[in-house]
Design a protein. Structure first.
Length: 337
């Protein structure tokens, strides 16, 4: 089976024996998913794909760390997240474990040279092709612990002030996104005063915390394990309650007796990127499946970049929609069942 992604095509042509190796934060690729080795990822969609094939797949939040013969780290778009993975691997795996780091040139893989040097880890270039580069090093103990990546910041929303937990790779890392702020400005008028609300793509937990602070029953879901943990920390530090689940769009909710779980409202600032590529898939699923997860009279309220083609999706799913706000950069849409 041939690799599908450029980074995996580069790896496939190597002479290395990758049996038993740990693949860290890889993209979806049938060559990887059908081959050898163990997955380590925070992306619930990637974890689910491996597990459906019966392949071993671990989260960085699992208690047991493996002792593999080697590690391949797929360098992410968010460089700070790549640095966190290196700290985690150095802290959890045996010193001397062979390490390879691979990534696309446009994704900043060449920055790895400076990152590894700053950690006191040697590095050499192994190969380059398909506009990707592969480096080799080995793990060792370093002075920094992975938990240093967790930070917090204050966000003011009107008269309310919330503390948000933040981690590299989580949307809005270290700041309140302008689109989310515009969405929050519309929610007091758009939502019922009480009721159960689903926050899909919860990120650092800003929407979940704001909703819980207002007295709503909150369920928050994200495909990113770091976002799930960030939302849990955000709710905890603000003394708020809410259910936080890991899952891909609605998959994390499970089913209740009588069918799908339903809510009085769904709110979201849905993602439209997968690394550097535009991907409407998650948002498309969110909009298409939202009606079956809303109670009669329930409403979907979401914010999106103004250029995204969500009006057609909303029209097909709900039969109509309204624009609650438009600042030319972002639009806030509402649709009711």
């Amino acid at each position: 089976m041939n690799a599908e992604t450029p980074v995996c095509q580069l790896l496939q042509r190597q002479d290395a024996d990758y049996r038993g190796w740990l693949w860290v934060a890889p993209p979806r690729d049938a060559w990887l998913e059908g081959g050898e080795g163990v997955l380590l990822a925070a992306d619930q969609a990637v974890l689910a794909a491996w597990r459906q094939r019966g392949r071993p797949a671990l989260s960085p939040f699992d208690d047991d760390a493996p002792a593999p013969p080697g590690v391949v780290l797929f360098w992410p778009k968010a460089h700070a997240l790549g640095e966190w993975w290196l700290l985690w691997l150095c802290a959890r795996l045996p010193a001397g474990t062979p390490l390879q780091v691979v990534g696309e040139n446009q994704g900043g893989i060449k920055r790895v040279l400076k990152v590894l040097a700053a950690l006191g880890l040697g590095c050499r270039k192994v190969d380059s092709a398909r506009r990707c580069t592969l480096f080799a090093s080995s793990l060792d103990r370093v002075a920094l612990e992975p938990d240093v990546a967790w930070t917090s910041f204050e966000a003011e929303i009107g008269s309310e002030r919330l503390t948000l937990a933040s981690h590299p790779g989580v949307f809005g890392h270290g700041k309140l996104d302008d689109g989310t702020r515009l969405l929050l400005e519309q929610l007091p008028a758009a939502l019922p005063a009480t009721g159960e609300v689903l926050d899909l793509g919860c990120g650092d937990g800003i929407l979940a915390a704001w909703l819980a602070h207002r007295g709503h029953g909150v369920t928050a879901v994200d495909v990113n394990g770091f976002a799930v943990e960030a939302t849990r920390r955000t709710l905890a530090v603000n003394g708020l309650d809410g259910e936080v689940l890991a899952g891909d769009v609605f998959d994390g909710l499970g089913e209740r007796r009588g069918g799908a779980r339903r809510f009085d409202a769904i709110v979201s600032n849905p993602p439209f990127h997968q690394e550097r590529a535009i991907d409407y898939g998650p948002a498309g699923r969110l909009i298409a499946e939202a009606p079956r997860h809303l109670r009669p009279g329930g409403r979907l309220v979401l914010v999106a970049n103004a250029f995204l083609p969500y009006p057609d999706l909303l029209e097909r799913a709900f039969g109509g929609f309204e624009v609650l706000a438009d600042d030319r950069r972002f639009k806030v849409y509402s649709a009711r069942v």
